[in-house]
Design a protein around this ligand. Structure first.
Ligand code: GDP
Ligand code: IMO
Ligand code: MG
Length: 423
């Protein structure tokens, strides 16, 4: 068997949580391969809304195995809070249905302080980080200083923890950072005890064995391609590889073990945090998208910046990820617009190009194509033929432009609000 991958093609928040939940019945195992609690994956069903940060979005379906891969960074406090919140809803996770890689790195309380200190020091050029300690934790991973889940089983765990926090304290004093720690450290060790309650495994072996035994696996990405550490809008990115390649290193899969790559994109674009966003709308249309789409961060509550779909960026993401099928979300948000726009090319210093330049901070003027809108509410539609002709025309245009079929169109936050296109 091969593992299928599901990931975001824009700047995150494309609706990955919802779509993983929709697809989970087709899989036996759901596995997160990178990122950490900077992610906020929302799911809605039976009138309830859930937001997951570290735990794979398959947990709401029965009899699934959920695996947190080695590429993920875990904050034990947030992890324990998620476990508790799920328990309150009657979802009980234990050794049987939640496995955690021993090689996943831990986010320490001092990583959060370092994140805050680093952002404060950057001033106006700050990244707009979620301040969950992601950057500092991955820095310690690549700097070969990090603490991993497997270390909590070692007798000298406390010594290792103390040695690393001492290093962090020295760094913090260089920043002259005054931030308080409150009782986070105490909660952190409580969270470590919660992690111990699950199956801690060399998940690269487990995942490959599962595939050898014919099990179906869906790898769930976090963030989006334009936030990838190598190919995103650097330095305004996250600290991991969010693209398909991240599945290989984040789960221990060989390239030949990747099957379908399902790329999710919104019918428009959003971005939260700083950094270039060529199609951003700072007008009534932008306000319309934010209001209609409830575009506020699932992790931080910050208003998301909104703009029209950026095709050069989408084509770039499809190329980098080897996307085999596309899933469109949130076209229902466009309902009521007389028309909407799609950026097909960039004009840079008078030259028109379909490719992304070295930096999107360059003076980019989007070249737009205008599309007719539709007035009806489409959130109750469940069959493709009932969708407005204008949306079908938009879909066909995007398929022609990208060369990739759109297999599903999501028309609302609920798990039932999905239209299969029949491809
Ligand atoms: P993720 O990080 O990719 O999982 O996405 P988020 O959960 O951060 O943000 C997506 C938001 O859009 C959430 O509030 C979802 O409930 C909501 N959502 C997902 N799909 C749709 C859709 O098709 N239509 C509408 N209106 N909302 C959606
Ligand atoms: P999901 O998985 C949207 C953004 C932050 C910031 C930059 C770096 O829900 O799609 P970090 O905390 O990683 O240091 O922040 O990346 N960012 C996200 N934006 N969705 C996310 O995750 C994000 N995770 C990080 O806003 O600009
Ligand atoms: Mg999100």
């Amino acid at each position: 068997m091969k593992a299928d991958v599901l990931l975001g093609l824009q700047w995150g928040d494309e609706g990955k949580g919802k779509i993983v939940d929709v697809l989970t019945p087709d899989y036996e195992v759901i596995s997160r391969f990178q990122g950490g609690p900077n992610a906020g994956h929302s799911l809605e069903f039976n009138g309830k809304k859930f937001i997951l940060h570290t735990i794979p979005s398959g947990v709401f379906r029965n009899d699934k195995l959920n695996i947190i891969g080695n590429g993920v960074v875990i904050d034990p406090v947030i992890f324990a809070e998620e476990i508790q919140a799920l328990k309150n809803e009657g979802i009980s996770l234990g050794r049987d249905n939640l496995h955690i890689s021993t090689k996943a790195h831990l986010i320490l309380p001092t990583h959060r302080l370092l994140d805050a200190a680093s952002e404060a020091a950057k001033g106006r050029s700050r990244i707009g980080s979620t301040l969950k300690g992601i950057g500092p934790a991955y820095m310690d991973k690549t700097g070969r200083n990090g603490l991993r889940v497997g270390d909590i089983l070692r007798p000298d765990f406390m010594d290792r923890y103390k040695a690393l926090t001492r290093k962090h304290r020295d760094l913090l004093s260089m920043y002259h950072y005054q931030g308080a720690q409150d009782d986070y450290e105490k909660k952190w060790f409580g969270g470590i005890d919660v992690i111990r309650r699950f199956t801690l495994v060399e998940s690269e072996y487990r995942i490959n064995e599962l595939l050898n035994h014919g099990k179906t696996i869906l790898a769930e990405g976090a963030q989006g391609t334009m936030l990838d550490i190598d190919f995103g809008t650097y330095p305004y990115v996250t600290s991991s590889n969010t693209i398909t390649a991240g599945t290989l290193t984040g789960l221990g899969l060989a390239p030949s073990r990747i099957g379908k790559v399902k790329g999710i994109f919104k019918a428009y674009c959003t971005r939260v945090g700083s950094g270039p966003f060529p199609t951003e709308l700072q007008d009534a249309h932008g306000e319309f998208l934010r209001r209609q789409g409830h575009e506020y961060g699932a992790t931080t509550g910050r208003p998301r910046r909104c703009g029209w779909l950026d095709l050069p960026a989408l084509r770039y993401a499809i190329m980098l990820n080897g996307v085999t099928e596309l899933i469109m979300t949130k076209p229902d948000v466009l309902s009521g617009l007389d028309h909407f726009m799609v950026c097909t090319h960039y004009r840079i210093n008078g030259k028109v190009t379909g490719q992304l330049p070295y930096s999107l901070e360059e003076n980019i003027e989007p070249v737009y194509k205008r599309f007719s809108g539709w007035s009806q509410d489409i959130s109750g539609i469940r069959t493709y033929r009932d969708l407005p002709e204008e949306l079908k025309a938009y879909k066909s245009f995007l398929e022609k432009e990208t060369g990739v079929p759109i297999t599903m169109i999501s028309v609302g936050p609920d798990r039932e609000a999905i239209v299969k296109t029949g491809i």
